[in-house]
Write a protein that binds this ligand. Structure first.
Ligand code: ZN
Length: 492
């Protein structure tokens, strides 16, 4: 590839992205020239008609590297700076979004999603490395993902980061101050990052895509303020408002307590996207009536975790009904099944993981009941994966997994290969923490397709993870306990 041709064609892409006009061509070309460390441009080159953006950006990065423009550890920062040329400024992106939204909300998210793929903010090639498979069970088809998209940091970079002073700008990964931020060794590159402004009942929120998407059009909706996650009546209001604004997306919030919450509790945010999760497809096991909210259909979802589904046409009524159940749950204890709302010191242990979606003109909200108590038997959490599952999953069971999509650590890819070899008698041992499981699998193995056999065993493990996280178990005893709570909910 010719350097001049690459710069000229990359400039064409910058103009096409909407951030520049034809008049800006010379200016943009000179900016790119400087960034990659070149001094001259052959202006007799004609712009190409067909342009392979990925190939050109890879070539420009390679040239910059050769010219000594990229220090070790700064590769992603440089790449984001280059890709910023393909990303209009925030005001322009927001104006385009609004223009498309006026036609159809789906057109607006399509525009923004495509922009974030083309400028490589969404790391599509890394995401493509993830492994997926399904697991059929009595609750439907669970989805299992082995997450190979997040690059592992090399030890040299970790050592470099350790030497750096702690900075508090931006305060966290979700703060709006990340928009356009260059990045540092200990903070990701965000030059090409953009946020769509969203007004949620008078508050300013930002809508962005996730760089390492776990599902289709995985997005994050974050508060303008760096304030902690808090489930409240406003949460239900905002979630239902979001699916009013983006009717083709679901939106949910992680719980707001440790052990049962997500990985970032310090910044109020939700996750949304265009994906139908296994839990969305799960049916109602048992309907019940809420006497104070007769426009709301209520039921218990057939799911390994404890889920109450409310649906109706009236958003205000749904918010009130959700809030009423949430408050009842915050005060509800049933010692016979180790469910305790508050401990003696007044610490709150009950919260919910709420998820909202549209079904045609109806609104639906799922409230997943959570309890973060620990015991001497289960110091990591009573309703958390128990120790026998930690070799697969020991992290919090957050929003995405609650809905039946497992995000399993990348290390499993090679570890599962070893387990397969062990089952087939090719090696004698596996990692210590997998040994017991591998023995069981080897003993029960009967000449089936080995990949399928191990993937199904892994699916079974994930189902058990969800069962452990459920407060009312799907057993006769658990269902009776769930009914006692429902009786409390419908009592005036
Ligand atoms: Zn923040």
């Amino acid at each position: 590839m010719n350097i001049s041709q690459a710069i000229i064609d990359f400039t064409t892409l910058a103009i096409r992205s909407g951030g520049y006009m034809a008049m800006d061509r010379v200016y943009v070309q000179n900016k790119i020239l400087a960034l990659i460390g070149e001094e001259t441009l052959d202006i007799d080159m004609k712009p190409s008609v067909e342009i392979d953006g990925q190939a050109i950006s890879a070539f420009l990065i390679q040239t910059a590297k050769k010219n000594g423009q990229i220090k070790a550890g700064f590769e992603s920062i440089f790449e984001a700076e280059l890709m910023d040329f393909l990303t209009p400024p925030p005001s322009v992106v927001n104006a385009y979004f609004a223009e498309h939204y006026h036609q159809d909300p789906k057109e607006a998210t399509d525009y923004f999603y495509e922009l974030c793929c083309q400028n490589n903010y969404i790391q599509t090639s890394a995401i493509a490395k993830n492994r997926h498979f399904n697991f059929d069970c009595q609750y439907g088809q669970l989805e299992i993902t082995i997450n190979l998209s997040k690059p592992e940091k090399d030890p040299k970079q970790i050592a470099l980061e350790k030497k750096l002073p702690k900075a508090d700008y931006p305060k966290c990964l979700l703060c709006m101050e990340n928009e356009g931020y260059l990045g540092r060794l200990n903070h990701p590159a965000r030059t090409n990052h953009r946020l769509i402004r969203m007004n949620l009942d008078g508050e300013s929120w930002g809508f962005q895509y996730s760089p390492y998407a776990y599902f289709n059009e995985h997005s994050i909706i974050l508060s303008e303020l760096h304030r902690p996650m808090k489930i409240s009546k406003q949460t239900f209001q905002r979630l239902l408002r979001i699916v009013e604004i983006l009717p083709h997306y679901f939106v949910g919030s992680n719980a707001d307590l440790p052990i049962v919450g997500g990985s970032i509790l310090s910044h109020d945010h939700y996750q949304a996207g265009r994906h139908e999760f296994p839990m969305d497809q799960a049916e109602i096991r048992q309907y019940f009536e809420l006497p104070d909210y007769l426009g709301v259909t209520a039921g218990i979802v057939n799911w390994p975790m404890s889920v109450i589904r409310l649906s109706g046409y009236n958003v205000d009524e749904l918010v009130e009904a959700s809030q009423s159940i949430f408050q009842k749950w915050q005060d509800y204890s049933d010692k016979s099944i180790e469910v305790v709302a508050k401990t003696v010191d007044g610490v709150q242990h009950h919260t919910v993981t709420p998820i909202a979606r549209r079904r045609g003109n109806q609104f639906e909200i799922d409230l997943v009941l959570r309890d973060n108590n620990v015991s001497t038997e289960y110091p990591d959490g009573i309703f958390h994966p128990h120790p026998e599952l930690h070799h697969i999953k020991k992290e919090n069971i957050g929003l995405i997994e609650v809905m039946g999509l497992a995000i399993l650590p990348g290390r499993l890819k090679s570890e599962l290969e070893k387990i397969k070899s062990y089952i087939l008698g090719e090696i004698d041992t596996v990692a210590v923490y997998h040994q017991e499981w591998a023995n069981q699998l080897k003993e029960a193995y009967q000449d089936a397709d080995i990949d399928y056999y191990v993937s199904q065993a892994l699916g079974q493990k994930f189902l058990t993870v969800l069962e452990h996280a459920g407060v009312f178990k799907d057993t006769v005893k658990g269902q009776e306990a769930f009914n006692r709570f429902i009786a409390e909910v419908i009592k005036n």
